[in-house]
Every structure is written in C-alpha cells, then in structure tokens.
Design a protein around this ligand. Structure first.
Ligand code: EPZ
Length: 418
C-alpha cells in the first residue's frame, strides 16, 4: 500500500492546472450506456474511481478505448445489465448505471451499497424515482433488481432532499421514458448541468438543468456525441486552500472560477487574499492574516461538503475559534481525529466541529480514511513542522490526478513510497 511522505514548511508558489471533474466524468461515462452509437469524452481524469467505472462499463458490454484523457465508447448491445458487489463496494457511484440500464435494456441488477466512511448513504431516492417512472424494484441477496419490460413512463418526481447522483440517475432514466418527466427539488450542482449538456448533445430534450426543477421530454432513441468534461471544482478548491495554508502565491488555472464562488467568498472573509482574475483562474496571494470564519456545508451553490475537510485544515491555522457544521453527511469528520494527532485543537459536537487555532502542527503518522479526508491531511502536512507519513493514500488516488506531481511542481516536498 502506497504512502505519502511530506515535509512541511514550504510555501506553494507558481501555477497548478486543474484536471477534469471526477464527479462529472462518472455520470458522463454511464450515459454512454444510453445509446448504441459512439460517445467520445475528453478531459476524463485518470483516477481510480474512473478506472472502476470503465471496468464496470466493459463488463456491461461497452467497447472502450482510452487515449490519455479521451475515452471512446460504444455500447452496441447490453451484454450484462449488472453492477456486482466487488465494484459497488469500492465505488458507490456505480449505482449511476441503474437509470441508464433500466432505460435502455428494461432491466438492471445493482448491488446495494453498504456502509460508507462518511455516513449511511442510501440510494432510496434513486429507487423511488425509478418506481415512479414505472420500474418494478426487488431486493434480494444484497442486490437491487429494477425491471421495466415495457419501458419507462414520464411523471413528476419530487426528491425529499437534494441528491446529486440521484438527480443524475433519474435524469438518465427520464431521457428515454415515454412523455414528460418533471424532477422537483433537483440538485443544481455543475456536474448535473454538465451531464444535461452531454445528454442534450446525444439528442435528449432537457430544460432547467442547474435549477431545482428539471423538465425532460422523453425521446425514443439517443445518438452519439463528443463532449469535454468540466474542470474539477473540488480539486481546484483543494489547491486554493493549499496556497492559502502554506502562505504562498499560487495560481490555479483551467478551472471554472464561478463554481468556486462559495469557497472564494468564505476564504476572503477569513482574510485570505484570493481573487479570480479571469473566468478560469483563481489566484491566492501571500500576506493575508488568517482569521477564523464559521462555515456550514450546503448543496450547490453553497459551500461544498467535499471541501469541508480541507477547510478544517485551514482553520487550524487561523487565530481564534471557528465552527464548522456538516449538514450533508452525518459522519464526515474522520479527518478531525487525525488532524488532532498532528496537534490541531478540535472538539466534535455532533455535526459541528469547533476548531481553536492557531496550532503549530507537527508531522506525524496518520491514516487517510476517505478521499477528501486524505486531502485535508496532505494540506495539514504541507504546513506541519517535520515529516508526515500518510498511510492508505489509495483513498486520495480515487479522485486526485497526480496530486504529488502537481504539488511538488509548486514547491511541495512530497514523495510517494510503497
Ligand atoms: C455526490 O454523492 C458526490 N459523488 C459526493 O462526492 C458528494 O459528497 C455528494 O454528492 C454531495 O455533494 C458523486 O458525484 C459521484 P447525495 P451522492 O445523494 O450523490 C442522502 C467525493 O468526495 N441520500 O447528494 O451520493 C445522503 O445520504 C464525493 O467526491 C439519501 O438519504 O450524494 C446524503 O446525506 C463523496 N437517499 C444526502 O442525501 C438517497 O437515495 C446527499 O447525498 C440519496 C442520498
């Protein structure tokens, strides 16, 4: 198992380029199941979750070729409409094939996701959405089976709470349903908008993506398309925090600055000199005094839960007390214990973390527990005195492309060891 060895203390300077969005690429890959024609996707990040999704699609029947960050796919026939436990247990987003498979093949068999490091994370909203569209759902032997032999029928679907992959799954089912589907309380995340853009290129009729009401007029067939995935706002945000926590002068390029609005505003209120000189660049400048600023995670356009752990690492370096509230997942504070091992002063109270700074962090042996928790440990290590060894970095490899190369290019001392 790989580890990162990081020696802290150096400010990050220069430029880091953003990769394509993992959470946009995952549903886009699954969308290729909706047509027998060729779908070409550019800017697919080469991270482990993407390789898992590619393996899953090949098992289902997709012919695929990968050339650097371009993936070309054709699914002439669905050979096996199934997502097995072996893959779902390593990546919950495998459930994104449910909607496309029922829509295209009338049948899907997907392993139920089990527990998860960040909370219960059920997929009941995906299932009730499919039921409303006319699918019958059975659960047996740890698998969910959805069947719609006569196709799906458009209807009104109201999500009890906002779900990102739930919205994407139901959107992919609705595009081939008969008649109109209205999705109410839909997720407004940029990844949903990107998926709708791809589906529209494939011939789908979708209105309202990016708002909380999405209307879909079902079509009989979808065709091929070529599409470039949007920039990864969470990766970019992680680097913005890296610049701020190390007190460097760092430009993050190739991102969508607008997608980072909540992070940039919060960091400005914490005293960080952060600007967006143009639509695709965010710049952090040294010299700001870091103050505590309370933060609450919210659905987009609020502060992303996927940046909460990184923000907590930053707040350990602010002078004073900040309160961080996690409203999306019930157990997403695993990084707090590890940050405390590095000298942070954090008290957990249910869904709130009370961070008292500024702490001089010191290098220690720590364990990465999930993707974004690992990112926060890397950030803490960059500012800690001495050497930090982060174990189980396979978590970070799920969603960050070449993070050690990107960080060392900006002056970090980070090494991957086996
Ligand atoms: C997506 O997960 C992202 N994953 C997550 O990214 C992200 O943290 C999350 O959205 C929130 O922004 C992908 O896009 C692949 P949800 P998703 O359904 O869709 C509850 C990362 O680090 N819920 O929006 O699974 C759920 O438990 C990750 O890249 C139900 O109760 O999240 C949670 O409390 C991890 N029933 C809330 O809703 C359901 O059927 C929001 O979850 C679905 C969700």
């Amino acid at each position: 198992m790989d580890k990162f060895v990081i020696t802290g203390g150096a400010p990050l300077n220069g430029e880091i380029a953003t990769s394509g969005s993992k959470n946009s690429a995952l549903p886009a890959l699954a969308a290729a199941l909706l047509t027998e024609e060729t779908v070409v996707l550019h800017r697919i990040p080469r991270v482990r979750d993407i390789r898992t999704m590619e393996r899953l699609l090949v098992d289902i029947g997709t012919e695929m070729s990968v050339d650097e960050e371009t993936v070309t796919m054709q699914t002439a026939r669905i050979v096996s409409p199934e997502a097995p436990y072996e893959l779902v247990k390593t990546m919950r987003a495998s459930s994104l094939v449910l909607g496309p498979l029922v829509a295209r093949a009338g049948r899907a068999r997907v392993s139920m996701p089990g527990g998860c490091a960040i909370g219960a994370r059920p997929i009941d909203f995906h299932l009730s959405g499919l039921r409303h569209l006319g699918a019958e759902i059975f659960q047996e032997h740890g698998y969910i089976e959805a069947v719609a032999p006569n196709g799906l029928k458009g209807t009104e679907i109201v999500f009890d709470r906002i779900t990102v992959t739930g919205t994407e799954d139901i959107l992919m089912a609705a595009v081939l349903a008969q008649g109109e589907t209205v999705i109410i309380n839909a997720a407004r995340e940029p990844e949903v908008v990107d998926l709708a853009a791809l589906l529209t290129k494939m011939g789908a009729e979708i209105q309202g993506a990016g708002t909380s009401v999405i209307r879909v007029k079902g079509v009989a067939k979808l065709g091929g398309a070529t599409h470039e995935i949007i920039a990864d706002r969470i990766e970019a945000g992680t680097f913005v925090v890296a610049g701020a926590i190390t007190g460097g002068d760092l430009r993050i390029t190739g991102c969508v600055a607008e997608h980072l609005g909540a992070l940039v505003a919060k960091m400005q209120s914490a005293g960080v000199k952060v600007t967006t000189p143009d639509a695709t660049t965010v710049e952090v400048q040294s010299g700001g005094a870091l103050h505590p600023a309370d933060m609450m995670t919210e659905e987009y356009p609020g502060f992303a839960t996927d940046l909460q752990a990184q923000y907590m690492a930053l707040m350990t370096q602010a002078d004073g007390i900040s309160i961080i509230e996690e409203t999306i997942f019930e157990n997403r504070f695993m990084h707090a214990q590890e940050l405390m091992r590095m000298g942070a002063n954090i008290r957990l109270d249910g869904r709130k973390a009370i961070v008292a700074g500024r702490s001089q962090l010191t290098g220690a042996g720590v364990i990465a527990s999930d993707l974004r928790a690992s990112a926060s440990l890397v950030l803490a290590a960059l500012v800690a005195r001495g050497e930090t060894v982060i174990d189980r970095v396979y978590h970070i490899d799920r969603g960050y492309e070449n993070i050690e190369a990107k960080l060392s290019g900006a002056g970090a001392t980070i090494q991957r060891v086996e």
